[in-house]
Design a protein around this ligand. Sequence first.
Ligand code: DGD
Ligand code: CLA
Ligand code: CLA
Ligand code: PID
Ligand code: PID
Ligand code: PID
Ligand code: PID
Ligand code: PID
Length: 312
Amino acid sequence: DEIGDASKKLGDASYNFAKEVDWNNGIFLQAPGKFQPLKALKAIDKMIEMGAAADPKLLKAAAEAHHKAIGSISGPNGVTSRADWDEVNAALGRVVASVPKAKVMAVYDAVKDITDPKVPAYMKSLVNGPDAEKAYQGFLEFKDVVAKNQVTAASAPAVVPSGDKIGAAAKQLSDASYPFIKDIDWLSDIYLKPLPGKTAPETLKAIDKMVVMGSKMDGNLLKAAAEAHHKAIGSVDSKGVTSAADYEAVNAALGRLVASVPKDTVMDVYNSMAKIVDPTVTNNMFSKVNPLDAVAAAKGFYTFKDVVQASQ
Ligand code: DGD
Ligand code: CLA
Ligand code: CLA
Ligand code: PID
Ligand code: PID
Ligand code: PID
Ligand code: PID
Ligand code: PID
């Protein structure tokens, strides 16, 4: 396709730049400017809306391309192979082309809104400047091909299941865990802190398992889960807490999503995360909430998971 061909030209223009970026730099975990969690949540909401509008088959292909690219990383900077760099760009270009332009621009505008204007120049200062300019020129030509192939209407909304066992179990889980949800400080910057003692390549291994799980999920149920999150963000209070009803809808949507992949795929995520999350992290989280609320939530979760497993 045209986007695939254009991604090769983009690769010619941008792979030198890609090799110069230190992908293992911990700076990419930081907020791109002042830490403004509720504003950042708005920007993430725009990404969720764009994801919900995208073609699920193309999202799946993009997740598969990222998994493959993680497998071909080499060198100290963590760069993927030239062929996989092109494949990721092509896959993301196709995702972008599957949503209307306004949804893409809404992401750009909202991210711009939380980004300090000095950030791009600082990023450029870490690489060879002319290579960055060449890469950007390549991006500008690529985006014209994407725009030419872009849809004007979003894909159909998800079909949301109802009257199922997971939906009923989600009500119980949510009743048991909403007090715990209200105890959590959702606006803290602690969730952007590096995991104690873990390197980027170690962390990326666990993220790869999530990428694989994402690529195996049912596309309609993933879209439904994204829509549920978008609705939930719409009802957050000044402390970032969503309404009880929207929280329940998120739990139901995520339970159905988990049930759409094999158990081993879920356990691969759990086990790889358990390897990189030190017990001091979980203990620290526990110390910040009401312990009775946390225990009640955990009980609810362990009951819920049996219902999910039964429909898996
Ligand atoms: C950039 C953008 C990269 C900066 C990276 C910041 C993004 C951080 C994202 C943090 C998100 C947080 C949530 C993630 C979840 C975490 C959960 C825990 O360097 C601009 C200005 C605005 C920049 C900020 C907006 C960036 C938007 C990026 C898209 C969002 C992606 C989402 C990321 C999230 C993660 C995804 C999963 O646009 O951008 C550089 C540009 O900066 C440079 O400015 C441009 C002008 O816009 C353009 O008009 C033009 O002037 C150009 O061109 C210069 O500069 C000139 C000539 O005109 C060209 O013809 C050509 O010759 C060129 O020069 C060659 O140099
Ligand atoms: Mg990403 C984008 C890293 C998995 C879907 N992703 C980005 C970039 C960053 C990144 C490089 C955001 C910051 C930015 O804009 O820098 N992703 C990243 C990592 C992983 C990952 C490390 C780990 C596995 N992604 C992942 C998965 C998915 C996505 C699993 C779902 C399939 N990702 C996704 C989308 C988008 C990203 C849809 C974006 O739109 C965003 C992005 O790249 O926006 C431009 C700048 C970007 C780069 C350095 C890489 C692109 C290079 C271009 C082609 C040329 C360079 C131009 C110039 C110098 C700088 C860009 C200017 C900008 C205004 C266009
Ligand atoms: Mg999420 C999970 C935040 C958007 C899909 N997501 C999580 C949690 C965290 C979170 C609360 C990971 C950390 C953790 O496990 O804490 N997501 C979060 C935010 C946003 C977002 C802030 C922003 C809008 N997500 C989002 C989108 C999607 C997903 C758009 C795609 C549709 N998310 C997704 C999946 C999963 C998450 C598939 C998970 O599996 C993971 C998760 O919750 O795993 C348990 C602990 C979790 C909580 C505090 C909230 C859940 C409470 C449960 C139901 C009861 C509590 C049990 C116990 C006390 C603690 C957990 C024990 C553990 C061993 C299970
Ligand atoms: C400017 C000036 C003009 C010239 C110009 C110009 C530049 C405009 C630009 C630009 C626009 C632009 C847009 C970009 C958009 C990036 C969008 C990224 C989206 C990320 C998403 C993340 C996610 C997911 C994902 C799917 C999940 C949901 C999420 C489901 C169903 C200024 C050059 C024209 C870069 C969507 C993917 C996993 C949230 O106009 O003179 O330069 O860049 O998890 O969905 O689960
Ligand atoms: C524009 C103007 C509108 C019209 C429009 C428009 C276009 C927007 C577009 C577009 C946005 C867009 C985004 C693209 C982003 C590509 C990002 C590629 C990232 C590749 C990576 C590869 C890798 C790895 C990996 C992880 C490793 C690092 C690496 C570590 C820690 C402008 C059409 C709407 C194409 C990250 C995955 C292995 C490097 O909006 O008018 O056209 O395209 O090895 O991580 O090692
Ligand atoms: C300038 C002027 C214009 C011309 C121009 C220009 C240059 C702009 C530039 C540039 C922008 C730019 C951006 C770059 C962005 C790179 C983003 C990389 C993201 C990597 C991540 C990696 C990671 C991980 C991971 C998980 C870990 C955390 C991390 C935990 C819990 C100035 C040329 C356009 C280079 C996210 C995945 C391992 C961080 O605009 O005229 O030159 O470069 O380790 O999670 O640890
Ligand atoms: C233990 C001991 C026994 C008893 C037991 C027990 C507990 C096991 C547990 C547990 C397992 C477990 C699993 C959990 C899994 C969570 C998985 C989260 C996945 C997140 C993903 C994120 C993403 C995306 C997304 C889609 C994108 C890709 C991504 C596309 C196509 C120890 C109780 C049985 C909690 C996949 C969703 C946006 C990466 O076994 O005695 O306690 O918890 O962006 O994909 O866009
Ligand atoms: C298990 C054992 C195997 C069998 C198995 C199994 C099950 C795994 C499961 C499962 C995993 C799983 C995960 C679920 C996670 C639910 C997470 C809910 C999160 C809700 C949120 C709501 C909100 C918001 C929001 C953003 C705001 C904060 C809030 C800010 C900054 C165990 C079956 C494989 C159900 C986050 C979105 C508005 C609170 O593996 O043997 O069954 O379920 O307002 O953000 O304000």
